[in-house]
Design a protein around this ligand. Structure first.
Ligand SMILES: *Cc1c(COP(=O)(O)O)cnc(C)c1O
Length: 456
């Protein structure tokens, strides 16, 4: 059969309320034109993030009930640790309440202000955790990754030449670790090839620099490798993931992504000395090392979810939903990052709204219009999230102005996607009348979450 259907039935439903356009306009004004401040009940299709928004399986709900809440050495911890070790092969596993807690522990124990951390593209929280220590977070994405229209595989790869230059310019002694993000969330959810992970590792090894994988979407990346990279067609997703992690010295993970859980994360390392430092800080920040920031039942749910994410049928369906939206948009000539990512479609706001200059935030204009028009909540990944202000208050724009439509896992069906296509098409038709915005208030870090906008 040509039709790819969901490899699950629905056992429980959650109602969606659709409020009127007039009500949405008022809600957005109350939110100071920042969709992060909207009430979720006022968003009928919520594509703000794929983080922690997935639907759990019957097996996961059942696992909740057998959660062992012992403070130390619980059975659920043992299961969690064994699962993470089976997938990653990494020696020390530290559970955290989510990905950024793992990043925080890694950054604060290892970095000083003169340090540099290269990555293909840092995620916003990774960058913020690194910059909070005074160190610099560098994005060394391959040049294909910067061209949103170029339809080639593995646009998430790290540029090896840039990496070598970075090491030579800054000195290996100032790079305590390097990172690679699979898939590359901020660069369009694009995959990283096994070859690239291998090459990055080989180059770093020459200079004695450890490699940490930002593993949030390791299973989606494994699927891309199976589909697109020679030599991996007949391997299971688990085998591919295992090989990928075999090149790593450690990993940070948000289990809210490919853990198929609503909360959770972990930090792994092969370095005994680093593990001791991590554990000591973990106890202060998160909790005892056998639960971190999590309940026993969360550990149990994640252990099941990590393996469900590696199920081939699940990944076939997951990628088919993203491709479905991509094909529909392509037919209408709507600009988005090609090929589509593993967890999201990224609209190209600069091409969508060429009349809005980067310092007037085309991504925000598009996000707000999608909400007003159809109650769809998306997120800007552009100059609000990744841009900055210099000392004089001038905006330094981001490389790309994207709007991410992130797909919660196992949540929306095909008719939800058809509705979404209708909303985006409508906004596309009326694009020349979309206004630009300026920032009316912003905090020092991670400004996109809480800043206020004003229409220009
Ligand atoms: C979500 C995410 C993180 C941070 O994880 P949280 O659980 O949200 O703290 C880090 N890196 C990437 C690539 C992510 O997508």
């Amino acid at each position: 059969m040509k039709t790819i259907m969901e490899p699950f039935r629905i056992k429980m439903t959650e109602p969606i309320h659709i409020i009127s356009k007039e009500e949405r306009i008022k809600a957005l004004e109350r939110a100071n034109f920042n969709v992060f401040a909207l009430d979720a009940k006022d968003c009928c299709i919520d594509l703000l993030t794929d983080s922690g928004t997935g639907a759990m399986s019957a097996q996961q709900w059942a696992a909740l009930m057998i959660g062992d809440e012992s403070y130390a050495g619980s059975k659920s911890w043992k299961k969690f640790e064994a699962t993470v070790q089976e997938i990653t092969g990494l020696k020390h596993v530290l559970p955290t309440h989510q990905g950024r807690a793992a990043e925080n522990i890694l950054a604060t124990t290892r970095l000083k202000p003169t340090d540099v951390v290269p990555n293909n593209s840092h995620f916003d929280t990774t960058r913020a955790n690194i910059e909070f220590t005074g160190a610099r977070a560098l994005d060394l994405l391959c040049k294909e990754g910067l061209n949103t229209a170029l339809d080639v595989p593995f646009k998430g790869n790290m540029d090896l030449e840039k990496l070598e230059n970075c090491i030579k310019t800054n000195g290996a002694e100032n790079i305590p670790f390097a990172m690679i993000t699979v898939t590359n969330n901020t660069g369009g959810g694009q995959p990283v090839s096994m070859q690239n992970v291998k090459d990055v590792k080989a180059l770093l090894s020459k200079y004695g620099i450890p490699l940490y994988i930002d593993a949030c979407r390791f299973a989606e990346n494994a699927y891309f490798i199976k589909q697109l990279e020679k030599g991996y067609e007949d391997k299971t997703l688990l085998e591919i993931a295992q090989e990928m992690f075999s090149y790593a010295d450690g990993a940070t993970m948000s289990c809210k992504k490919d853990g198929l859980a609503n909360i959770g994360g972990f930090l792994c390392t092969n370095n005994d000395e680093w593990a001791t430092d991590f554990r000591n800080l973990l106890i202060l920040r998160e909790g005892f090392p056998t639960y971190g920031g999590l309940a026993g039942r969360d550990l149990e749910v994640i252990a099941v979810g990590l393996m469900e994410a590696l199920a081939y049928d699940y990944q076939v369906y997951r990628h088919a939903t993203v491709e479905y939206l991509g094909k529909k948009l392509d037919k209408k000539g709507i600009p988005f990052v090609k090929p589509v990512g593993g967890h999201a479609v990224f609209l190209d706001a600069r091409k969508f709204l060429p009349h809005i200059p980067q310092n007037e935030f085309p991504g925000i204009g598009l996000v707000n219009e999608l909400y007003i028009d159809g109650g769809v909540r998306a997120v800007e990944l552009g100059s609000v999230m990744f841009g900055k202000q210099d000392e004089k208050g001038n905006e330094i724009p981001a490389n790309l102005e994207l709007v991410r439509l992130a797909f919660p896992r196992r949540v929306y069906t095909q008719s939800h996607f058809d509705y979404l296509v209708e909303v985006i098409s409508d906004v596309w038709k009326n694009r020349t009348s979309i206004p630009s915005y300026k920032i009316a208030y912003q905090p020092k870090f991670l400004r996109h979450f809480t800043c206020h906008f004003k229409k220009i």
